[in-house]
Design a binder for this molecule. Structure first.
Ligand SMILES: N[C@@H](CCC(=O)N[C@@H](CS)C(=O)NCC(=O)O)C(=O)O
Length: 233
């Protein structure tokens, strides 16, 4: 049995999708980051970084979404090219890390400065909006030539993509984003149509997560702001 610590944000959702694709038995534990659950000692003993997702699989503790995707695909032998296929393995690592270190963080910061930060952040918003567009543009170009990230086979890279691709119009702040990125929309729609994706999306309805981004939630999610008020985060 696997314990899965999650909320409905992009990084945990990648893992929810893989768990569902693998058909594994798991218990989903909600971590309500707007209520500060990520800082409980019990959760920090699983993920010292105080972020979701994390899993515990028969004593193996794994945190960070792309580490979890690699761990599960290797352990259960699915959704990744064989170790002997060096060319495809190389592509898998490259695209997976591109999503982990580029697409995800730049999209996340674009969301922060567009939707959450105090106003008058033109410099920061311009930088992250530009970088988010640039990263998604690279994905779009790649998908013009490839059905999936690794070619003909659906893999954990597509699942990592899916977590964030669902958010593209929100990340880029425009409903028209899909006109700019039709290939991303194509793959997103294909994955959305999979039963595993529907089950992953439905998971959050089993738990009541706090919806309001009030002062308390902001203090948990953006603790650095407390320093601006002379307080210790
Ligand atoms: N590199 C980590 C990032 C995890 C992350 O940023 N998770 C967000 C949700 S997508 C979170 O836990 N936010 C709550 C917080 O920052 O306190 C991963 O890929 O798992």
């Amino acid at each position: 049995m696997i314990d899965f610590y999650y909320n409905a944000a992009p990084n945990p959702m990648k893992v929810a999708l893989l768990l569902e694709e693998l058909g594994l038995a798991y218990t989903a534990h909600p971590v309500d980051t707007r209520k500060g659950d990520q800082f409980s000692p019990a959760f920090q003993s699983i993920n010292p970084n105080s972020k979701v997702p994390a899993i515990v699989d028969n004593g193996a503790v794994v945190f960070d979404s792309n580490a979890i995707l690699l761990f599960l695909s290797e352990k259960y032998g699915q959704f990744a090219p064989k170790v002997s296929d060096a060319v495809q393995r190389a592509a898998m690592y490259s695209w997976l890390m591109f999503i982990a270190t580029g697409v995800g963080p730049f999209s996340g910061q674009a969301v922060h400065f567009r939707h959450a930060a105090p106003p008058n952040n033109d410099y920061a918003l311009n930088r992250y909006d530009f970088e988010a567009h640039r990263h998604w543009g690279i994905v779009e170009k790649h998908l013009e030539q490839h059905r999936y990230f690794l070619g003909l086979d659906y893999s954990i890279v597509d699942m990592a993509f899916w977590g964030w691709a669902r958010m593209v119009p929100f990340v880029l702040g425009k409903d028209s984003a899909w006109l700019e990125f039709p290939q991303i929309k194509r793959l997103l729609d294909e994955i959305n149509a999979r039963d595993a994706a529907k089950r992953a999306e439905a998971l959050k309805t089993q738990h009541a997560f706090k919806a309001e981004l009030d002062e308390e939630a902001k203090n948990f999610l953006f603790p650095q702001n407390l320093r601006l008020k002379g307080l210790n985060p």
